[in-house]
Ligand binder design. Sequence first.
Ligand SMILES: Cc1ncc(COP(=O)(O)O)c(C=O)c1O
Length: 372
Amino acid sequence: MTRTTGLPGYAEHFSEPEGYLDFARYGPPSRDVLDATAAALAASARADHTTVNDLMWAEPRARAAAARLAGTDTAHIALLPNTSTGLFHAAFGIPSGVVLVPSADFPANHYPWRRTAALGRAEPRWLDARPTPDAVRAALTDDVVAVSLSAVDFRTGYRADLAAIREVIGDRLLVVDAMQGLGVADLPWEAADVVVAGGQKWLRASWATGFAALSDRALERLEPTLTGWTGIEDVAVFDDTEHPVAPDALRWSITNLSPVTAAAFAAALELVERVTVPAIAAHVATRVDELIDAVRAHGGEILSPTAPHERAGIVSFRLPGTDPARVAEALHAQEVTPSVRADSVRLSAHASTTAGAVERVLAGIKAVADSR
Ligand SMILES: Cc1ncc(COP(=O)(O)O)c(C=O)c1O
Protein backbone atom coordinates (compact mmCIF):
# COMPACT_ATOMS: atom_id res chain seq x y z
CA MET A 1 0.00 0.00 0.00
CA THR A 2 1.31 3.45 -0.86
CA ARG A 3 1.85 5.65 2.17
CA THR A 4 0.90 9.29 1.84
CA THR A 5 2.93 10.34 4.86
CA GLY A 6 6.60 10.07 5.69
CA LEU A 7 7.86 6.84 7.24
CA PRO A 8 6.38 6.47 10.77
CA GLY A 9 9.06 6.38 13.45
CA TYR A 10 11.38 8.41 11.22
CA ALA A 11 9.50 11.33 9.71
CA GLU A 12 8.40 12.77 13.07
CA HIS A 13 12.04 13.55 13.86
CA PHE A 14 12.31 16.06 11.02
CA SER A 15 10.85 19.40 10.10
CA GLU A 16 12.02 20.20 6.57
CA PRO A 17 9.41 21.82 4.28
CA GLU A 18 7.16 19.38 2.41
CA GLY A 19 8.69 20.18 -0.99
CA TYR A 20 12.31 19.64 0.08
CA LEU A 21 13.78 17.21 -2.47
CA ASP A 22 17.48 17.90 -2.32
CA PHE A 23 18.84 15.27 0.07
CA ALA A 24 21.57 14.45 -2.43
CA ARG A 25 22.95 17.91 -1.70
CA TYR A 26 22.15 18.31 2.00
CA GLY A 27 19.94 16.34 4.38
CA PRO A 28 18.26 18.66 6.89
CA PRO A 29 19.13 17.18 10.30
CA SER A 30 16.72 15.70 12.84
CA ARG A 31 15.57 17.31 16.06
CA ASP A 32 17.70 14.65 17.81
CA VAL A 33 20.77 16.08 16.07
CA LEU A 34 19.80 19.65 16.99
CA ASP A 35 19.26 18.63 20.63
CA ALA A 36 22.50 16.65 20.85
CA THR A 37 24.45 19.56 19.33
CA ALA A 38 22.87 22.12 21.64
CA ALA A 39 23.39 19.95 24.73
CA ALA A 40 27.07 19.23 23.96
CA LEU A 41 27.87 22.84 23.13
CA ALA A 42 26.02 24.07 26.21
CA ALA A 43 27.96 21.63 28.39
CA SER A 44 31.21 22.88 26.84
CA ALA A 45 30.27 26.43 27.80
CA ARG A 46 30.25 25.36 31.45
CA ALA A 47 33.39 23.24 31.19
CA ASP A 48 35.08 21.99 34.36
CA HIS A 49 37.76 19.33 34.85
CA THR A 50 35.39 16.51 33.72
CA THR A 51 33.64 18.12 30.75
CA VAL A 52 35.99 17.51 27.83
CA ASN A 53 36.56 13.86 28.75
CA ASP A 54 32.83 13.36 29.21
CA LEU A 55 32.00 14.95 25.85
CA MET A 56 34.61 12.76 24.13
CA TRP A 57 32.48 9.69 24.94
CA ALA A 58 30.34 10.65 21.96
CA GLU A 59 33.15 9.41 19.70
CA PRO A 60 33.13 5.71 20.69
CA ARG A 61 29.32 5.88 20.63
CA ALA A 62 29.34 7.21 17.06
CA ARG A 63 32.02 4.71 16.01
CA ALA A 64 29.99 1.83 17.42
CA ALA A 65 26.82 2.95 15.62
CA ALA A 66 28.76 3.46 12.37
CA ALA A 67 30.24 -0.03 12.73
CA ARG A 68 26.81 -1.61 13.09
CA LEU A 69 25.54 0.27 10.01
CA ALA A 70 28.57 -0.70 7.93
CA GLY A 71 28.51 -4.33 9.10
CA THR A 72 31.83 -4.30 10.95
CA ASP A 73 33.22 -3.64 14.43
CA THR A 74 34.41 -0.47 16.12
CA ALA A 75 38.10 -1.24 15.62
CA HIS A 76 37.57 -0.99 11.86
CA ILE A 77 35.90 2.45 12.03
CA ALA A 78 37.50 5.90 11.97
CA LEU A 79 35.42 9.04 12.43
CA LEU A 80 36.09 11.71 9.83
CA PRO A 81 34.99 15.30 9.25
CA ASN A 82 33.81 14.57 5.68
CA THR A 83 34.09 12.14 2.76
CA SER A 84 37.09 13.80 1.14
CA THR A 85 39.38 13.29 4.12
CA GLY A 86 38.75 9.55 3.90
CA LEU A 87 39.38 9.45 0.18
CA PHE A 88 42.69 11.29 0.72
CA HIS A 89 43.70 8.75 3.39
CA ALA A 90 42.93 5.91 0.97
CA ALA A 91 44.70 7.53 -1.97
CA PHE A 92 47.82 8.46 -0.01
CA GLY A 93 47.95 4.96 1.43
CA ILE A 94 48.58 3.25 -1.92
CA PRO A 95 52.29 3.46 -2.73
CA SER A 96 52.16 2.67 -6.45
CA GLY A 97 50.12 1.16 -9.26
CA VAL A 98 47.02 2.14 -11.19
CA VAL A 99 43.65 2.90 -9.62
CA LEU A 100 40.52 2.68 -11.78
CA VAL A 101 38.22 5.64 -11.16
CA PRO A 102 35.05 6.52 -13.11
CA SER A 103 35.69 9.73 -15.05
CA ALA A 104 32.15 10.93 -14.29
CA ASP A 105 32.45 10.40 -10.53
CA PHE A 106 32.03 13.27 -8.08
CA PRO A 107 35.35 15.20 -8.03
CA ALA A 108 35.92 14.32 -4.35
CA ASN A 109 37.00 10.95 -5.79
CA HIS A 110 39.24 12.52 -8.45
CA TYR A 111 41.53 15.00 -6.73
CA PRO A 112 43.10 12.65 -4.18
CA TRP A 113 44.28 10.40 -7.04
CA ARG A 114 45.55 13.36 -9.05
CA ARG A 115 47.52 14.47 -6.01
CA THR A 116 49.08 11.05 -5.39
CA ALA A 117 49.98 10.75 -9.09
CA ALA A 118 51.75 14.13 -8.90
CA LEU A 119 53.84 12.74 -6.01
CA GLY A 120 54.81 9.65 -8.02
CA ARG A 121 52.60 7.30 -6.02
CA ALA A 122 49.35 5.62 -7.21
CA GLU A 123 47.89 7.07 -10.37
CA PRO A 124 44.32 7.11 -11.65
CA ARG A 125 43.12 5.55 -14.88
CA TRP A 126 39.79 7.06 -15.81
CA LEU A 127 36.97 4.68 -16.62
CA ASP A 128 34.84 6.39 -19.29
CA ALA A 129 31.77 4.30 -18.62
CA ARG A 130 29.25 3.54 -15.94
CA PRO A 131 31.14 1.35 -13.42
CA THR A 132 29.27 -1.86 -14.18
CA PRO A 133 31.05 -5.13 -13.35
CA ASP A 134 31.61 -5.68 -17.10
CA ALA A 135 33.10 -2.21 -17.62
CA VAL A 136 35.42 -2.73 -14.64
CA ARG A 137 36.44 -6.18 -15.91
CA ALA A 138 37.20 -4.79 -19.37
CA ALA A 139 39.45 -2.09 -17.88
CA LEU A 140 41.43 -4.39 -15.55
CA THR A 141 45.09 -4.86 -16.34
CA ASP A 142 47.86 -6.38 -14.21
CA ASP A 143 49.00 -2.97 -12.98
CA VAL A 144 45.57 -2.13 -11.49
CA VAL A 145 45.88 -2.32 -7.71
CA ALA A 146 42.57 -0.73 -6.71
CA VAL A 147 39.20 0.48 -7.91
CA SER A 148 37.67 3.60 -6.38
CA LEU A 149 34.06 4.51 -7.14
CA SER A 150 30.81 5.90 -5.78
CA ALA A 151 28.28 3.43 -4.47
CA VAL A 152 25.55 5.72 -5.82
CA ASP A 153 26.33 8.21 -8.57
CA PHE A 154 25.68 11.84 -7.56
CA ARG A 155 24.40 12.77 -11.03
CA THR A 156 22.16 9.91 -12.10
CA GLY A 157 21.68 7.93 -8.91
CA TYR A 158 23.14 4.81 -10.58
CA ARG A 159 23.84 2.24 -7.88
CA ALA A 160 27.01 0.21 -8.38
CA ASP A 161 26.86 -3.56 -7.94
CA LEU A 162 29.50 -3.75 -5.20
CA ALA A 163 29.28 -7.52 -4.68
CA ALA A 164 29.77 -8.26 -8.39
CA ILE A 165 32.60 -5.73 -8.66
CA ARG A 166 34.33 -7.42 -5.74
CA GLU A 167 34.12 -10.74 -7.61
CA VAL A 168 35.52 -9.16 -10.75
CA ILE A 169 38.53 -7.49 -9.08
CA GLY A 170 39.60 -10.36 -6.83
CA ASP A 171 41.79 -9.20 -3.98
CA ARG A 172 42.57 -5.72 -5.34
CA LEU A 173 41.46 -2.90 -3.06
CA LEU A 174 37.90 -1.63 -3.48
CA VAL A 175 37.45 1.97 -2.26
CA VAL A 176 33.85 3.13 -2.07
CA ASP A 177 32.56 6.68 -1.72
CA ALA A 178 29.29 5.86 0.04
CA MET A 179 28.17 9.48 0.39
CA GLN A 180 25.04 9.12 -1.76
CA GLY A 181 24.07 5.67 -0.53
CA LEU A 182 24.89 4.97 3.09
CA GLY A 183 21.84 4.93 5.33
CA VAL A 184 19.43 5.06 2.42
CA ALA A 185 20.32 2.03 0.28
CA ASP A 186 20.83 -1.45 1.65
CA LEU A 187 24.17 -2.30 0.03
CA PRO A 188 26.77 -5.00 0.79
CA TRP A 189 29.34 -2.63 2.30
CA GLU A 190 31.44 -5.57 3.46
CA ALA A 191 32.39 -6.15 -0.20
CA ALA A 192 34.52 -2.98 -0.02
CA ASP A 193 37.89 -2.43 1.68
CA VAL A 194 37.26 1.23 2.35
CA VAL A 195 33.77 2.70 2.77
CA VAL A 196 33.74 6.47 3.30
CA ALA A 197 30.70 8.64 3.95
CA GLY A 198 30.09 12.16 5.18
CA GLY A 199 27.06 12.58 7.44
CA GLN A 200 25.65 15.77 5.95
CA LYS A 201 23.40 14.25 3.28
CA TRP A 202 21.43 11.03 3.68
CA LEU A 203 22.52 10.38 7.28
CA ARG A 204 21.17 13.81 8.23
CA ALA A 205 23.83 14.50 10.86
CA SER A 206 24.76 17.91 9.38
CA TRP A 207 28.22 19.13 8.39
CA ALA A 208 31.60 18.09 9.78
CA THR A 209 30.54 14.48 10.41
CA GLY A 210 31.45 11.22 8.70
CA PHE A 211 33.34 7.97 8.98
CA ALA A 212 35.39 5.35 7.18
CA ALA A 213 35.05 1.58 7.56
CA LEU A 214 38.28 -0.29 6.77
CA SER A 215 38.68 -3.99 6.03
CA ASP A 216 41.60 -6.02 7.37
CA ARG A 217 43.05 -5.91 3.86
CA ALA A 218 42.87 -2.10 3.93
CA LEU A 219 44.58 -1.97 7.34
CA GLU A 220 47.27 -4.30 6.06
CA ARG A 221 47.94 -2.66 2.69
CA LEU A 222 47.28 1.05 3.07
CA GLU A 223 50.31 2.94 4.31
CA PRO A 224 49.41 5.34 7.15
CA THR A 225 51.02 8.33 5.41
CA LEU A 226 48.63 10.91 6.89
CA THR A 227 48.46 9.65 10.48
CA GLY A 228 48.60 12.51 12.95
CA TRP A 229 49.30 12.82 16.65
CA THR A 230 45.92 11.28 17.59
CA GLY A 231 46.30 8.21 15.31
CA ILE A 232 49.10 6.60 17.32
CA GLU A 233 49.54 4.33 20.32
CA ASP A 234 49.62 5.99 23.76
CA VAL A 235 48.19 9.25 22.49
CA ALA A 236 48.21 10.85 25.93
CA VAL A 237 51.89 10.13 26.60
CA PHE A 238 53.88 13.21 25.59
CA ASP A 239 57.42 11.83 25.69
CA ASP A 240 58.95 13.57 22.65
CA THR A 241 59.39 10.28 20.76
CA GLU A 242 57.70 8.88 17.66
CA HIS A 243 54.96 6.42 18.64
CA PRO A 244 53.83 3.49 16.46
CA VAL A 245 50.62 4.07 14.51
CA ALA A 246 47.44 2.69 16.07
CA PRO A 247 46.89 -0.95 15.12
CA ASP A 248 43.26 -0.31 14.14
CA ALA A 249 41.32 2.21 12.05
CA LEU A 250 42.16 4.97 14.54
CA ARG A 251 45.36 5.36 12.49
CA TRP A 252 43.24 7.45 10.08
CA SER A 253 43.04 10.15 12.72
CA ILE A 254 44.96 13.36 11.96
CA THR A 255 43.79 15.20 15.04
CA ASN A 256 40.82 15.32 17.42
CA LEU A 257 37.44 15.94 15.86
CA SER A 258 34.76 18.00 17.54
CA PRO A 259 32.98 16.07 20.32
CA VAL A 260 29.99 18.30 19.53
CA THR A 261 29.70 16.98 15.98
CA ALA A 262 30.44 13.46 17.24
CA ALA A 263 27.37 13.76 19.51
CA ALA A 264 25.31 14.91 16.54
CA PHE A 265 26.64 12.06 14.41
CA ALA A 266 25.88 9.45 17.08
CA ALA A 267 22.28 10.72 17.37
CA ALA A 268 21.81 10.61 13.58
CA LEU A 269 23.27 7.12 13.19
CA GLU A 270 21.28 5.72 16.09
CA LEU A 271 18.03 6.99 14.54
CA VAL A 272 18.84 5.26 11.24
CA GLU A 273 19.64 2.11 13.17
CA ARG A 274 16.35 2.18 15.10
CA VAL A 275 14.26 2.72 11.98
CA THR A 276 16.47 0.39 9.90
CA VAL A 277 17.96 0.95 6.47
CA PRO A 278 15.61 -1.52 4.71
CA ALA A 279 12.57 0.43 6.00
CA ILE A 280 14.11 3.75 4.89
CA ALA A 281 15.08 2.28 1.51
CA ALA A 282 11.58 0.87 0.94
CA HIS A 283 9.95 4.24 1.61
CA VAL A 284 12.42 6.02 -0.64
CA ALA A 285 11.84 3.47 -3.42
CA THR A 286 8.10 4.23 -3.32
CA ARG A 287 8.67 7.98 -3.53
CA VAL A 288 11.22 7.58 -6.31
CA ASP A 289 8.72 5.50 -8.33
CA GLU A 290 6.13 8.23 -7.83
CA LEU A 291 8.56 10.99 -8.79
CA ILE A 292 9.48 9.11 -11.99
CA ASP A 293 5.77 8.82 -12.87
CA ALA A 294 5.20 12.51 -12.09
CA VAL A 295 8.08 13.59 -14.34
CA ARG A 296 6.98 11.34 -17.18
CA ALA A 297 3.32 12.40 -16.93
CA HIS A 298 4.12 15.64 -18.74
CA GLY A 299 6.82 14.56 -21.16
CA GLY A 300 9.86 14.55 -18.86
CA GLU A 301 12.80 12.33 -19.77
CA ILE A 302 14.32 10.33 -16.89
CA LEU A 303 18.12 10.30 -16.95
CA SER A 304 18.43 7.99 -13.91
CA PRO A 305 18.25 4.20 -14.06
CA THR A 306 14.66 3.13 -13.48
CA ALA A 307 15.30 -0.50 -12.42
CA PRO A 308 14.95 -0.52 -8.60
CA HIS A 309 18.19 -2.50 -8.07
CA GLU A 310 20.16 0.15 -10.02
CA ARG A 311 19.06 3.22 -8.12
CA ALA A 312 18.68 4.70 -4.63
CA GLY A 313 17.13 8.08 -3.77
CA ILE A 314 18.07 10.22 -6.79
CA VAL A 315 15.93 11.02 -9.85
CA SER A 316 17.51 13.17 -12.56
CA PHE A 317 15.49 14.36 -15.52
CA ARG A 318 15.07 16.96 -18.24
CA LEU A 319 12.10 18.30 -20.14
CA PRO A 320 13.21 18.12 -23.78
CA GLY A 321 13.33 21.62 -25.29
CA THR A 322 13.05 23.37 -21.90
CA ASP A 323 15.90 25.04 -20.03
CA PRO A 324 16.34 23.35 -16.62
CA ALA A 325 16.36 26.86 -15.09
CA ARG A 326 12.77 27.28 -16.31
CA VAL A 327 11.80 23.90 -14.81
CA ALA A 328 13.43 24.95 -11.55
CA GLU A 329 11.45 28.20 -11.49
CA ALA A 330 8.21 26.26 -11.86
CA LEU A 331 9.26 23.85 -9.09
CA HIS A 332 10.26 26.72 -6.82
CA ALA A 333 6.79 28.21 -7.38
CA GLN A 334 5.44 24.97 -5.87
CA GLU A 335 7.92 25.31 -2.99
CA VAL A 336 9.92 22.36 -4.26
CA THR A 337 13.69 22.38 -3.65
CA PRO A 338 15.56 20.53 -6.43
CA SER A 339 19.21 20.62 -7.54
CA VAL A 340 19.53 22.41 -10.86
CA ARG A 341 22.32 21.69 -13.35
CA ALA A 342 22.98 23.13 -16.82
CA ASP A 343 21.50 20.07 -18.51
CA SER A 344 19.19 18.50 -15.93
CA VAL A 345 17.20 18.77 -12.74
CA ARG A 346 17.82 16.41 -9.84
CA LEU A 347 15.24 15.41 -7.24
CA SER A 348 16.13 13.32 -4.20
CA ALA A 349 13.61 11.93 -1.73
CA HIS A 350 14.07 10.59 1.79
CA ALA A 351 11.98 8.61 4.26
CA SER A 352 10.43 11.83 5.58
CA THR A 353 9.21 12.77 2.07
CA THR A 354 5.42 12.67 1.78
CA ALA A 355 3.13 12.13 -1.22
CA GLY A 356 2.46 15.89 -1.01
CA ALA A 357 6.00 16.51 -2.30
CA VAL A 358 5.26 14.39 -5.36
CA GLU A 359 2.04 16.34 -6.00
CA ARG A 360 4.02 19.58 -5.91
CA VAL A 361 6.47 18.21 -8.47
CA LEU A 362 3.60 17.08 -10.68
CA ALA A 363 2.00 20.54 -10.49
CA GLY A 364 5.30 22.27 -11.29
CA ILE A 365 6.02 20.12 -14.32
CA LYS A 366 2.45 20.43 -15.57
CA ALA A 367 2.76 24.22 -15.34
CA VAL A 368 5.85 24.14 -17.57
CA ALA A 369 4.21 21.73 -20.03
CA ASP A 370 1.04 23.89 -20.20
CA SER A 371 3.06 27.04 -20.85
CA ARG A 372 4.82 25.57 -23.90
C1 LIG B 1 29.43 11.13 -4.25
C2 LIG B 1 29.90 12.30 -3.44
N1 LIG B 1 31.05 12.22 -2.76
C3 LIG B 1 31.51 13.23 -2.01
C4 LIG B 1 30.81 14.42 -1.92
C5 LIG B 1 31.36 15.54 -1.07
O1 LIG B 1 32.09 15.04 -0.02
P1 LIG B 1 32.58 15.87 1.25
O2 LIG B 1 32.09 17.28 1.09
O3 LIG B 1 31.95 15.18 2.42
O4 LIG B 1 34.05 15.75 1.24
C6 LIG B 1 29.60 14.55 -2.62
C7 LIG B 1 28.77 15.78 -2.60
O5 LIG B 1 28.98 16.81 -2.06
C8 LIG B 1 29.14 13.47 -3.39
O6 LIG B 1 28.00 13.56 -4.07
